[in-house]
Design a protein around this ligand. Structure first.
Ligand SMILES: Nc1ncnc2c1ncn2[C@@H]1O[C@H](COP(=O)(O)OP(=O)(O)OP(=O)(O)O)[C@@H](O)[C@H]1O
Ligand SMILES: [Mg+2]
Length: 372
């Protein structure tokens, strides 16, 4: 273990009572430690940036108080830790604090480059941080740009079209079934049971609905019916490590629904008091498939220039060949095993406890930045 460092943990906290559509909230506390009672204050910053339209899934990507405090506690086992909320005041606070390194879990505000905001500030301030740079974070929040890069490098990913207008579809001629997703979201926002379409009419309707609901283009992608896996990676270059493969168990979903890890499956049907047994790790895969998946994931990590950690979602086609669905360079890390968060699940199977997992990520960033 390296010397003790001053680490700033930079985060966005999910508000307990999100503001309703167009509601303005007056400025509140600046004390990041009042995480729960300051829940509304954290949203204040969002609404000051712009009057935001909050839907039920608006803050799904943001971390809860429980996660932020668990990360703080993990880092505190070895380092001095200061919490900084990723709002408009973050720049000034980071400038004044000058931490030796930032542990970045900030999801950011407003745009496809939201995850890049804090890393861009840190690059400007020459403060090292965990995880990928703004370029990679921005690209990976554009699922189509990510797929274009993967395709250039011959990494398999399902065929797709980006659609701004349902009429555009007539020329797109995508094979059915297809899945319709917002282009720039995560945490299965905008991906519901009805997002899988099997007819042209259904496709047009779903595109219309998704365009109307999310103010961004939609990705129409060939729907792969095979098994689904997600792979967590920690490290860099020669020390890049794939953790045991996680399988998404569609047989755990309620009867009759589409076999996808939808918003409903992640956030509605799977509750701690009646959990779905949705993650299996290590996945039961034969050694050849395991090698193929791991190889694809390492190449994906490297061509997208990911750093320190990442989680990659894949699905098998009719020939049982793996395709990359999307790349998460800022993976979710819910600590409670009952809440079925894939990255910590893979880490547990690899023998890491929650603290060990986070300190392995930090350690990768420390080594990469020569801070030993
Ligand atoms: N082309 C596809 N074929 C089959 N299933 C798909 C496809 N694209 C997405 N899915 C299903 O929808 C789920 C969510 O899609 P995706 O991973 O793109 O969303 P996300 O919001 O970025 O997810 P995350 O929570 O990992 O950030 C996938 O886990 C998978 O079950
Ligand atoms: Mg995903």
């Amino acid at each position: 273990m390296h010397k003790q460092l001053h680490v700033a943990l930079v985060y966005n906290i999910r508000p307990e009572n999100p503001p309703v559509d167009k509601k303005e909230i007056e400025a509140g506390s600046e004390d990041e430690r009042r995480l729960t009672s300051g829940g509304e204050a954290t949203v204040v910053t969002a609404s000051r940036t712009r009057t935001r339209k909050a839907k039920s899934d608006t803050y799904a990507e943001w971390d809860t108080e429980e996660t932020i405090l668990a990360v703080e506690s993990a880092l505190k086992a070895h380092h001095k830790v200061t919490l900084i909320e990723a709002n408009e005041e973050a720049y000034g606070k980071l400038l004044a604090l000058q931490p030796e390194i930032v542990f970045n879990i900030a999801e950011g505000f407003n745009s496809p480059s939201r995850e890049a905001q804090i890393p861009a500030i840190l690059d400007l301030l020459s403060i090292p941080y965990t995880g990928s740079d703004p370029l990679t974070l921005g690209i990976c929040l554009d699922k189509a740009r990510t797929k274009e890069i993967l395709s250039y490098h011959y990494i398999p990913t399902p065929g797709f079209a980006v659609v701004n207008d349902p009429e555009q579809l007539v020329s797109a001629k995508l094979p059915l079934p297809a899945i319709v997703k917002p282009l720039h979201e995560g945490s299965s926002k905008g991906i519901f049971n009805g997002s899988v379409v099997r007819t042209e009419e259904g496709l047009r309707e779903q595109i219309q609905n998704t365009l109307a609901e999310y103010d961004e283009p939609v990705l129409v992608e060939k729907f792969l019916e095979g098994r689904e896996f997600t792979v967590a990676l920690i490290g860099n270059e020669k020390n890049l490590r794939t953790l045991p493969i996680v399988e998404i168990r569609f047989d755990s979903l309620p009867g009759g629904v589409n076999a996808i890890y939808s918003y409903e499956a992640k956030w509605i049907w799977d509750q701690t008091d009646h959990p779905l047994d949705v993650l299996e790790c290590p996945a039961r895969v034969d050694p050849a498939l395991e090698r193929e998946i791991e190889n694809i994931c390492r190449r994906t990590f490297n061509v997208l220039r990911c750093r320190d950690w990442c989680r990659i979602d894949l699905r098998l086609d009719e020939q049982n060949r793996p395709h990359v669905l999307e790349v998460n360079p800022l993976p979710g890390i819910i600590p409670n095993p009952k809440e079925h968060s894939s990255f910590p699940c893979a880490a547990r199977a690899a023998g890491f406890d929650y603290n060990g997992m986070l300190n392995a990520v930090l350690e990768s960033a420390i080594v990469r930045n020569g801070l030993q």
